[in-house]
Design a protein around this ligand. Structure first.
Ligand SMILES: Cc1cc2nc3c(=O)[nH]c(=O)nc-3n(C[C@H](O)[C@H](O)[C@H](O)COP(=O)(O)OP(=O)(O)OC[C@H]3O[C@@H](n4cnc5c(N)ncnc54)[C@H](O)[C@@H]3O)c2cc1C
Length: 386
């Protein structure tokens, strides 16, 4: 990889995380998944080395970096076969939103734990009847004396079982206009009325997804993050990091699969030369490599813009990076499985299970089609179709 685009510190971080990832690797992740447990050891090691809070402010125990650094960490862990999906949510979305918009009290309460990995926070925005249309969410917060009372449903929320709290996107009614404004609330896991049930996913990953029912969840005033009137701005501050990190997740997984395929294609021989000598095998692998490199370039651009405080510029780049990485990941995994022939579908080689996992990068947190809608409408000025 070129060193021009990344500082020496970034390169050193990449190398160090890659070394940690290699110590764990795919076998570790596979055994964690088989046991139905969590990658605690890797999470703790990565946290102790300062990798999980690398984007959070130093005064609250973080590394003082940004999304450029955090995305390197997730990409390299993924490239080693052991991605930590909760990094997309806990330090990237929740840590960012609290660091940028939280009160001093919220920062002191949550950031040191998010930075050193001892606290994990999930993020819930998706609703069964809203899906991609987040303007349609109905989880509602009403005031009751000094408290907030939250009612609604969420779906597909990752890691609620292991998260100490979930950052829930709700809406409050504007007293003047009656319109609903998005608002973010920190809901500790054991709050009465905060129910969860695990969704039976066909996914080979340690992180589990949950449906949430919020039945008159009573929260203190300080559960509201930031300003009641700055809802959308706060939300987007967290969603851009989420997209950058999903790109990192996709690029990491794509690199892992591609690495396995190339290794196999170099040695597997059924005619006179290794199968990698056949262009029908070599060219799609080369294309996959190019697509992953291009996706990384856009991810680096998005991270740079975001870290420089350009939320609008970062929005477009983060969407494009997430799109490019999702597509590159799906294609790289597909080609990797194909390269291994029958072995691509065996449990021993462990690539087939990535077929479903790779699709996550295409669907979440915002689908391929919704990004194409965004680019055609926002970037190209074409009429909105929906
Ligand atoms: C593994 C996993 C983990 C997740 N983790 C979380 C989490 O932690 N927190 C959270 O809040 N959510 C999470 N999600 C939810 C995820 O963000 C949603 O699945 C995603 O936003 C899509 O919403 P939906 O599933 O309701 O699909 P829908 O919105 O119903 O879309 C279905 C299909 O229709 C297409 N479509 C919809 N509208 C349009 C349109 N206008 N034009 C063209 N095509 C359209 C979509 O592209 C998609 O292909 C997770 C999902 C998965 C699979």
């Amino acid at each position: 990889m070129s060193t021009v685009l990344e500082t020496e510190e970034h390169q050193a971080l990449r190398d160090a995380v890659a070394a940690l990832g290699k110590r764990y690797g795919r076998d570790y992740m596979t055994s964690v998944i088989r046991e139905g447990s969590h990658p605690r050891e890797l999470w703790t090691d990565a946290a102790e080395l300062g990798y999980l809070g690398v984007n959070l402010p130093e005064e609250y125990g973080g590394g003082g970096g940004g999304m450029a650094e955090l995305s390197i960490v997730l990409e390299e862990l993924g490239a080693a076969g052991s991605p930590l999906l909760m990094m997309v949510v806990s330090p990237a979305i929740c840590g960012t939103v609290i660091a940028r918009f939280g009160t001093e009290g919220q920062k002191r309460q949550w950031l040191p734990g998010l930075a050193d990995g001892t606290t994990t926070m999930a993020f819930g925005i998706t609703e069964p009847d809203a899906g991609s249309n987040s303007h349609r969410i109905t989880t509602t917060a009403r005031r009751d004396g000094g408290d907030w009372v939250l009612t609604g449903r969420k779906v597909f929320v990752s890691g609620v079982d292991i998260a100490d709290a979930t950052l829930v996107v709700g809406r409050t009614e504007d007293a003047r206009t009656g319109s609903l404004k998005p608002c973010l609330f920190i809901v500790p896991r054991e709050t009465p009325g905060f129910g969860r049930s695990q969704i039976d996913m066909e996914l080979h990953a340690p992180e589990k997804q949950f449906e949430l029912v919020l039945d008159d969840v009573r929260l203190p005033a300080e559960a509201l993050v930031g300003d009641e009137d700055a809802g959308l701005l706060q939300l987007f501050a967290g969603l851009n990091p989420e997209r950058i990190m999903t790109a990192a997740f996709g690029i990491g997984m794509g690199r892992y699969a591609l690495g396995k395929a190339v290794e196999y294609a170099r040695t597997r021989q059924v005619w006179k030369a290794p199968i990698g000598a056949h262009q029908a095998i070599a060219h799609p692998l080369a294309t996959a490599h190019i697509d992953l490199e291009l996706a990384r370039l856009m991810m680096q651009k998005a991270a740079r813009l975001y870290d420089d405080g350009d939320d609008t510029g970062a929005g477009e780049a983060a969407n494009m990076a997430k799109y490019a990485a999702g597509e590159a990941c799906v294609k790289a995994v597909d080609q990797a499985v194909h390269t291994l022939g029958g072995n691509g579908l065996t449990r021993e080689y462990g690539l087939a299970s990535l077929i479903t996992a790779a699709r996550v990068a295409r669907i979440a947190p915002v689908s391929r089609e919704m990004i194409l809608n965004y680019v055609s409408h926002q970037s190209l000025g074409l009429p909105k179709s929906y």
